[in-house]
Design a protein around this ligand. Structure first.
Ligand code: LLP
Length: 429
């Protein structure tokens, strides 16, 4: 969450806009994305990472939040794109993103996806396994192209985050372990394949990490591997991709993180290692998603039924829930909220905020203090929903997906229209 502003009507202001007016104009539930905030985060990455260290790249993890407009904004700010499916590649291309700036991820890219990305000259493939490597080789040869790849490796550490978003353990569906035969086999094949150009390695430790502990634990393992691979194959990487995972402040008790908290210590270690080993310093990539988009967004809901169970709790139900934000039910994620039309009133009554789905687990916030005079018809704003909400939304219970508006310096524009009932049956034959 971010420190929030309240106007003289007592309404929550976001991106310079009165959120109650937004709810009235565009309806609820409503995703609201602050363009200036997206730009400011990209600027921080430019100023404290890209411009500070030569030979660095930042690619935005589209999975956090991807729309055509978000792509255009991020592109204008000078970042590339981490994509993870044919759909994400397609959307970025449609938005005018240069394919060379795209990095294509995924542990099971289909043949169609590979062909689509190769045909469209996507800049890098992060290869997950040998089966994929072979397929890229075959498809690249058929199309008469050479594909630049980074091999995804897992350093075998257990990151300090939710099990579902921890990706660097030995027991992981992603990548190849950084030691042993499987590693040597895939590297050897990548080097030998004339349709493939091996650029280096990729490692992503996990997501929503609030300090650099895991990144700093993984880095020496990756660097040690670089050394071993150099000794064995005479191969020095020209690129090293260190993934994303930089955490954000969801609730009051958490601290804001700076990108430099992660990148400065990593760059120091990297520069030291390559100097010591007399190897050229590779281009270093980072792949932040949540850190850019998370606090760029809020979700507005209309308060519906309020049900007090004497001596137990007061349920406050909103017109959305797990279809527009499945993070609580999936990861036990925590959020903060405010009654947007009573934002200046002290929040001194505890509510349990729930969604409208036919499922007891459809809770948005277990315990949330709101203005005690909050009533049905009020507008509720949930903070820090910019990442992994719109992108993970579903039609569960045939609830149409919300609209998405972009706000910028007091002006709002509809960016994604609200889904209709008709939309939901459109593909049915
Ligand atoms: N790079 C790779 C290879 C990744 O797998 C991910 C996230 C990222 C970058 C971006 O991570 P970020 O900077 O956003 O932490 N749905 C979950 C998060 C899943 C993240 C998966 N990979 C959630 O809602 O918390």
């Amino acid at each position: 969450m971010r420190e929030y502003e309240v106007n003289n009507r007592g309404n929550l202001v976001f991106g310079g806009c009165d959120t109650v007016a937004l709810a009235k104009e565009y309806g609820t539930p409503l995703y609201v994305i602050d363009e200036e905030y997206l730009r400011a985060k990209c600027r921080e990455i430019r100023e404290t990472f890209l411009e500070k260290y030569p030979n660095t790249k930042a690619v935005y993890a589209s999975k956090a939040l991807q729309t055509l407009e978000v792509c255009r904004v991020i592109k204008e700010e000078g970042l590339g794109f981490d994509t993870v499916s044919g759909g994400e590649v397609f959307t970025a291309l449609k938005a005018g993103v240069e394919p060379e700036t795209m990095v294509f991820h995924g542990n099971n890219k289909t043949l169609d996806e590979i062909e689509f990305a190769v045909k469209n000259n996507v800049g890098r493939f992060v290869v997950d396994n040998e089966y994929e490597l072979e397929n890229i080789g075959i498809i690249a040869k058929k199309l008469g192209k050479t594909v630049k790849v980074q091999i995804r490796i897992t350093p075998g550490i257990d990151s300090h985050t939710h099990e579902y978003i921890s990706t660097a353990k030995i027991d992981s569906k992603f990548g190849v372990f950084c030691e042993g035969e499987t590693r040597d086999s895939i590297i050897g094949k990548a080097i030998d394949n004339p349709s493939i150009e091996l650029m280096g390695f990729h490692c992503h430790v996990g997501s929503q990490l609030m300090d650099n502990q895991d990144h700093m634990m993984a880095l020496p393992i990756v660097l040690n591997m670089v050394k071993e691979v150099n000794e064995r194959f005479g191969f020095a990487p020209s690129e090293l991709n260190l993934g994303g995972g930089f955490g954000i402040r969801y609730v009051d008790s958490e601290q804001e993180t700076r990108v430099a908290d992660f990148t400065d210590p990593m760059m120091e270690e990297i520069n030291g290692f390559f100097a010591e080993n007399k190897l050229p310093v590779p281009t270093i990539y980072i792949e932040p998603g949540r850190w850019i988009a998370g606090n760029a967004g809020i979700t507005l809901y209309t308060v519906g039924s309020i049900k007090e169970i004497k001596g137990i709790k007061t349920y406050l139900a909103v017109d959305g829930g797990m279809p527009d934000n499945p993070r609580k039910i999936l990861y036990g994620a925590e959020y903060e909220a405010v009654t947007a039309n009573r934002a200046a009133v002290p929040a001194n009554k505890q509510f349990s905020i729930v969604g409208k789905c036919c499922e007891s687990g459809d809770v948005l916030i277990d315990k949330c203090n709101l203005a005690e005079n909050t009533v049905s018809g009020d507008i509720l704003a949930v903070f820090a929903t910019g990442a992994y909400n719109y992108s993970m939304a579903s039609n569960y219970n045939r609830v149409p997906r919300p609209a998405l508006v972009m706000v910028k310096s007091g002006k709002a524009r509809l960016s994604v229209r609200r889904e209709t009932y008709e939309d939901m049956i459109l593909r049915e034959i």
